[in-house]
Design a protein around this ligand. Structure first.
Ligand code: ADE
Length: 424
């Protein structure tokens, strides 16, 4: 890995992996018809020409398809990963060879993580693209000199959007941000079906355990928790949810999921996954209550949901059993298995959400960049949503690509929908 030149164009783990990376990206492209259609359309008109986009988002084959699409539409692009354990090194190598200023490798420490973000900011972006808001925070707290050149940014995830809304409410957000997460074709698909499948994929790759008959505990029954619950149930697990929100707990109950407190669930769970976006969801007393052999992991954005400091404080020995699976032996001889160091299990131990789902999420990211490039100067320094019509357009292209047709309302039906003169 080169480390010296000031005008460093990229830093990745191993450029010789580029061929493998290109195959992965080609595979993803064959499953992302919405983004490919947008690419074809806007390659002609180059609406992003003159823009420098800095992205901070998991470096996966799907992200590479987004990056190629932004580039095809005329943008120059610089990129870093948004999690130390989520970069796919082969993909990063392929992107470096394609001229992307990419600073990302698997297994970064905290210093390397922020160093990488800073290198992408050397590029002086006009637009920022985030997953988790680390890039926006970095601009705000370390590089405020960049504000003048930045038209706007976008944010991919629930956690990031919450924080940015809090920042905007305090008057601290210095440029407009589009909440990509809040598009229906993002949260209602990516967060549910994407997280459901990829998290179980990560658990299975890291453990290969049988899920049928196991007590599978999801901490949180929001969209992500629900996705994990649905898939675990489909594989024959007995699903338990823990919640703090009454309506979410009620939904889980009516969907056939047992709801209990984490104190109760800790005693009976075989596999635990945290999906809450909150810190300290599983702490010392929960680890102490767990059964021998319990498996714990997280699929929330940050690695603070499992308190691993607490677990380490009661651990007498550790063994790495297999990739992304560490055994902790406690004083009484009980063993607890932690997956992917408590980081996003779906990206660290598997490949993240499938391409078909990221197709819609990233079509929204692309549209956010387009909207900001066109109208960003007119938006206030707050958090904004994408127009509903774009959601329907993305869903329509997706359905077309699946060969699924829709009925259309007749003019009489359209009139009927708003006709308040007709009742029973
Ligand atoms: N987040 C979840 N899955 C992802 C993927 N495959 N690529 C990028 N970001 C993701």
């Amino acid at each position: 890995m080169s480390t010296t030149a000031e005008d460093l164009q990229f830093k990745v783990a191993d450029l010789s992996l580029a061929d493998e990376g290109r195959l992965l990206i080609d595979w993803a492209e064959s499953r992302m018809p919405v983004l490919m259609q947008l690419r074809e359309k806007f390659a002609k008109t180059q609406p992003l020409k003159g823009h420098r986009i800095t992205g901070c988002l998991h470096v996966t084959k799907e992200t590479a398809v987004l990056i190629r699409t932004l580039k095809a539409a005329g943008a120059e692009v610089a990129w870093s990963g948004c999690n130390p354990l989520s970069t796919h090194d082969a993909v990063a190598a392929a992107l470096a060879e394609e001229g992307i200023r990419i600073f990302a490798w698997y297994g970064q420490n905290t210093e390397e993580f922020y160093w990488s973000i800073d290198r992408t900011l050397d590029f002086k972006p006009t637009l920022t693209l985030d997953d988790g808001a680390d890039l926006i925070f970095r601009v705000h707290f370390e590089h405020p000199d960049l504000f003048d050149g930045i038209v706007g940014g976008s944010e991919e995830t629930t956690t990031g959007v919450h924080r940015l809304r809090a920042m905007a409410a305090d008057g601290k957000l210095m440029y407009p941000v589009i909440a990509v997460n809040d598009a229906e074709t993002k949260w209602d698909f990516d967060n549910v079906y994407g997280t459901g499948q990829s998290s179980l994929d990560g658990i299975l790759r890291a453990t290969s355990v049988l899920l049928a008959g196991k007590n599978f505990v999801t901490a949180g029954y929001g969209h992500c928790g629900k996705g994990c619950a649905m898939r675990a149930k489909g594989m024959g697990a007995n699903v338990i949810a823990t919640e703090v929100k009454p309506t979410a707990a009620l939904k889980a109950t009516l969907e056939g999921v047992r709801v209990m407190t984490m104190d109760e669930a800790a005693k009976v769970g075989d596999v635990f996954i945290t999906t809450t976006g909150m810190k300290d969801v599983i702490v010392k007393r929960h680890f102490e209550a767990m059964k021998d052999g319990a498996i714990v992991c997280n699929t929330g954005h940050y690695d603070c949901e499992l308190n691993l400091e607490d677990l380490n404080s009661i651990t007498v020995s550790k063994r790495e059993m297999r990739d992304n699976c560490v055994e902790h032996t406690l004083k009484d001889g009980k063993r607890i298995y932690v997956l992917a160091e408590g980081r996003l299990v779906n990206l660290a131990a598997a490949e993240g959400h499938p391409s078909e789902v990221m197709d819609m999420s990233f079509a929204n990211q692309f549209q956010a960049m387009m909207l900001l490039a066109k109208d960003g100067e007119k938006l206030d320094k707050g958090v904004h949503e994408l127009p509903e019509a774009l959601d329907q357009e993305i869903a329509r292209i997706k359905l077309d690509s699946m060969g699924i047709g829709l009925d259309e309302l007749t003019p009489e039906q359209i009139a009927y929908a708003t006709d308040y003169s007709q009742g029973t």
